[in-house]
Design a protein around this ligand. Sequence first.
Ligand SMILES: [Fe+2]
Ligand SMILES: [Fe+2]
Length: 163
Amino acid sequence: MVRVDQAGEYGATRIYAGQLAVLRANCAEAKLIARMAAQEQRHLNRFNHLMAERRVRPTALQPLWNVAGFALGAATALMSEEAALACTDAVETEIDKHYSSQLAELGSDDPELASDIAEFQADELEHRDSARAAGATNAAGYPLLTAAIRAGCRVAIGLSKHI
Ligand SMILES: [Fe+2]
Ligand SMILES: [Fe+2]
């Protein structure tokens, strides 16, 4: 769980880095994304710490998530500001489901990890809702775009669990 979660939070920081590299620095979307990116960095720092403490091997796919995350962020930001927000909407929808299933699986087995996951899940839901409130659903091709990104997230989660 720590491996896949660390990979996911790492990917999130790379997506936002790609978007911030493309978006105009002071537009409203960039400000919102910069705020969310700071939270992703906090999530990642926590999983990095847990990973070291619990001697968990990081995913071997980290170099792939570095490039793929940045590319996804940059590509969506190049489409439009709304598409960048739709990317957050889609990613956070999958991460919310992922964290819910982990919390269900953990039950009362690991309260330390469960409390981090529950806290981060609340942040991710807030990111999703903020992205929608800021216009994500107005992105051209929103249903197809978000479905494709969500499918990609599910593949990334599946791979990072094992590799
Ligand atoms: Fe996160
Ligand atoms: Fe997030």
